[in-house]
Design a protein around this ligand. Structure first.
Ligand code: ZN
Ligand code: ZN
Length: 335
């Protein structure tokens, strides 16, 4: 099969992903094989490729927002039939035996494995996954529209829920890439009043189009005049934003950090955390998060801005993502 493979981590500007021909994989017991249609870009791909979170397998095929059609069934699979359209997200599999799994927190599993990190991912013609970790995709979405929901959408959705924003509440969003532009639509659906903090004029414009009441740079004099926020989500991997966001947060408010990676958070004066403000990180997602997000996204229905790329252009596409030059989500066409 055709695939884009990472052998050694390196800066994306050096185009470390290489086109390769790998053996066609065959599904083991309980697994299904997908003929991959599309795979959406995620910032985590960049963190893996550049070694900020080093991949557990090398060489590795990255990519973890996969949409494909099942073209082979392993022994014992009854959940799906040949031809079914399914998605595969970042959570590849869990042990189901550790105390996190037993308490509904499989996102924190002691032996959790992740797509395109512990196992080959979606920038390839075929993908293998255990049937219980693949999800039927609602008819409301085309392949291109569905793919960004699987990580940008889902992990961003978990961050939104963990921010404890209530319907009608005042929400701040920092960073306006793929996660934010999907989840602002969910927050609007919950009638939240949304303030978006981003430097990019294109991202500010998209945020207003999607219903933000205010969009502008974080830490600006205009931002300082805004009302206090009930909750906030930081989708950008920049630690200093935590301080900006805490200064905007009302007493008792929660700030959720939606990224797998963040630059160091500077020292803070206790006063900006005082009055029961909470800062929490968000790690991965559970299978239930995927099911719930696909459900709410199809009710709205969420519409992603999409920029399409061919598999051979993957390095270039990820370079654009790194420079924040993709408005919405980047999606790679495979078959
Ligand atoms: Zn576990
Ligand atoms: Zn991701």
């Amino acid at each position: 099969m055709r695939a884009m493979v990472l052998r050694e981590t390196g800066l994306i500007e050096q185009s470390p992903l290489m086109a390769a021909e790998l053996p066609d994989p065959a599904p083991g017991p309980g697994e299904v094989r997908l003929a991959v249609q599309v795979c959406a870009l995620c910032h985590t791909d960049l963190h893996i490729i550049e070694g900020e979170i080093a991949p557990h397998l090398r060489p590795i095929v990255p990519g973890h927002q996969i949409i494909g059609r099942i073209d082979q069934l392993g022994a014992g699979v009854t959940r799906f039939q040949l031809g079914d359209r399914v998605g595969v997200p970042w959570l590849y599999q869990t042990d189901q035996t550790c105390h996190y799994c037993k308490n509904g927190k499989e996102n924190l599993c002691e032996h959790g494995q992740f797509t395109g990190y512990d196992a080959h991912g979606g920038y390839a013609q075929y993908h293998l996954v255990k049937a219980e970790y693949a999800y039927p995709i609602p008819e409301a979405f085309s392949d291109e529209q569905a793919a960004p929901l699987l990580c940008s959408g889902v992990v961003g959705f978990r961050a939104l829920r963990l921010s404890e924003i209530q319907p009608g509440g005042r929400l701040g969003i920092w960073g306006f890439g793929a996660s934010a532009h999907i989840n602002i639509q969910v927050a609007r659906h919950w009638n939240c009043e949304i303030f978006v903090f981003t430097r990019s004029p294109e991202h500010q414009k998209l945020a207003r189009q999607l219903g933000a009441v205010w969009a502008g740079p974080s830490g600006s004099p205009e931002a300082a005049k805004l009302p206090r926020l009930d909750a906030g989500v930081i989708y950008a991997p920049a630690g200093p934003l935590v301080i900006d966001a805490l200064k905007m947060l009302d007493k008792g408010g929660t700030l959720a950090l939606g990224g797998i990676y963040m630059t160091p958070i500077p020292e803070i004066d206790y006063q900006i955390l005082w009055s029961e403000r909470t800062v929490r990180s968000v790690a991965n997602s559970t299978r239930q998060d995927v099911i719930d997000l696909l459900q709410v996204a199809s009710e709205i229905p969420v519409k992603s801005e999409i920029e399409m790329f061919d598999l051979a252009e993957l390095n270039t596409a990820l370079q654009k993502l790194k420079r924040s030059q993709i408005n919405g989500s980047g999606v790679v066409r495979i078959n």
